[in-house]
Design a protein around this ligand. Structure first.
Ligand SMILES: Nc1ncnc2c1ncn2[C@@H]1O[C@H](COP(=O)(O)OP(=O)(O)OP(=O)(O)O)[C@@H](O)[C@H]1O
Ligand SMILES: [Mg+2]
Length: 340
């Protein structure tokens, strides 16, 4: 478990003070794949680097598995740090060392025996699918393979926490997807808590269980991935959600919406509950017409997530009754005044 309590981080750069983080309160539970999303400069890397003391908080507390790292003795801190692995956007591999030696490095620093190192590195390389590359050098590998080496190295000391700083941002979409699958497998097979930061909402959608949205050094929204995707509250969260859930409406309809001439509803469906029976039910039950303007389905954590925009016409009282009916069916529905 990772806990941030009233954390502030100020960098001093010449005469200037830069407040990179302020008022951070966040708990990451054991077993979570927790994503932090935000634009460049939001403070994501700073937040992540506080967890393994690559940076120290200016104020407040960061606790890892119940311990405040800044208050530990050197020896205890070394022990705790073994429990936290990290991977990077640009992999940070040692170019002059083979794949085997890169992965072996943390174990060597640990004083593990040669036999133990060989056993563990072989096991890790096989886990990440790189057995055949043990004697290659990083420059002979593709980006995805380099990140696999980074992952194997991060797991060498059997950490309970893995920190990922934009781990897939330098990779193409297919390779990204394979690395995300691997992270998911690590989370499940070893029960490792993953804290990842990204500027890509698709990464959050594909593997995270929870998400926090950062802006200007603050967390402006947090919740389960489903909550944020279905009810983004802040403008910035809505903007991120829209990068992966597209709502296409013809311009003419958007214009009419702006003029307030139409009743338009936005609905979200989770799981396999189909939208079709619902629409025909309300059209039969109430004296209204329903016209689908946009519909699409995406997946959040292997669960279908549908969103639909419909136009409703009819008497106001009938429209209101149909709206209540949908709410009773526990379907998330909201009236759209104008799409931004
Ligand atoms: N070592 C440093 N010294 C001074 N300022 C810093 C330092 N590191 C980061 N900052 C500043 O702190 C703020 C947050 O930076 P941070 O790297 O945490 O953002 P980020 O969200 O990770 O951005 P990106 O997506 O570009 O990686 C920025 O204004 C940045 O310029
Ligand atoms: Mg960063």
């Amino acid at each position: 478990m990772i806990e941030f309590k009233d954390v502030q981080k100020v960098y001093q750069s010449g005469q200037q003070n830069i407040e990179a983080l302020s008022n951070i309160n966040l708990t990451i539970e054991k077993g979570d794949i927790f994503g932090v999303v935000g634009y460049s400069g939001a403070g994501k890397s700073t937040l992540l680097r506080l967890v393994n003391l690559l940076e120290r908080p200016t104020a407040g507390e960061v606790k890892v598995n119940g311990k405040i790292l800044t208050s530990l003795s050197k020896a205890n801190l070394r022990k705790e740090k073994k429990d936290i692995g990290m991977i990077f956007q640009h992999f940070h591999l040692l170019q002059s060392k083979t794949v085997f030696d890169n992965v072996a490095l943390p174990l060597l620093l640990n004083g593990s025996s040669k036999r133990k190192i060989k056993e563990r590195v072989d096991e890790l390389l096989s886990f990440v699918g790189l057995e055949s590359k043990a004697n290659n050098y990083p420059e002979q590998l593709s980006g995805g393979q380099k990140q696999r080496v980074g992952i194997a190295r991060a797991l060498a000391t059997n950490p309970s926490i893995l920190l990922c700083d934009e781990a897939t941002s330098a990779l193409d979409p297919d390779t990204t997807s394979a690395i995300l699958d691997l992270l998911k497998k690590i989370n499940q097979a070893y029960d490792i808590t993953i804290l990842l930061i990204t500027h890509e909402m698709s990464v959050i959608r594909d593997i995270c269980t929870k998400v926090a949205v950062m802006e200007n050094g603050q967390i402006v929204e947090k919740g389960s991935v489903y909550e944020i995707f279905s009810h983004p509250k802040t403008e910035i969260a809505r903007r991120f959600v829209r990068t992966v859930i597209h709502e296409h409406l013809p311009n003419s309809i958007i214009e009419e919406l702006k003029n307030g001439q139409k009743t338009v509803w936005k609905m979200n469906f989770i799981g396999h509950s189909s939208s079709k029976p619902l629409l025909s039910t309300i059209a039969k039950k109430y004296d209204i017409d329903v016209n689908v303007l946009s519909a699409n389905i995406s997946e959040i954590q292997d669960t279908p997530f549908g969103n639909m925009i419909v136009e409703v016409t009819g008497e106001q009282t009938e429209i209101e009754k149909a709206f209540s009916y949908i709410q009773q069916e526990k379907i998330n529905v909201q009236e759209v005044a104008g799409l931004d």
